[in-house]
Ligand binder design. Structure first.
Ligand SMILES: [Zn+2]
Length: 121
């Protein structure tokens, strides 16, 4: 549990650094909102991430009023054996919904990125 929380805090810190760079590069006076894309398979607990963000953003005047929105991306895999694409909640060993093969490729669900940022310039 404790380890998990540290994980989200370090991700939030990294994203805040990135946001500050974006704001600086655009000469923004404020960041109004931030949309994050977080895949189900990333292992990130979105509530913990928002919690970490809300704590960290107060230390940055550019970011302190920003609304943080998280879009959760479902895990979608494609079976290499029968070509079926399927959605799954299995984090470690997703298997094909059609033929049960474990020979699958992950198409989405591993995202942990800033999708877009609304700046006031
Ligand atoms: Zn299959």
């Amino acid at each position: 549990m404790r380890k998990k929380k540290v994980h989200e805090v370090s991700i939030a810190l990294g994203m805040v650094d990135e946001l500050m760079n974006i704001a600086r590069n655009n000469n923004a006076i404020k960041i109004n909102s931030v949309k994050l894309k977080i895949g189900r398979m990333s292992g990130i607990v979105t509530d913990s991430l928002i919690f970490a963000f809300d704590a960290i953003k107060l230390e940055h005047s550019l970011l302190s009023d920003a609304e943080i929105v998280i879009e959760e991306v479902p895990t979608v895999c494609k079976c290499e054996d029968c070509n079926t694409s399927f959605q799954t909640d299995e984090m470690y060993f997703p298997s094909c919904s059609n033929c049960n093969s474990l020979h699958v490729r992950i198409l989405s669900g591993e995202e942990q990125q800033i999708e877009n940022v609304e700046l006031e310039i």
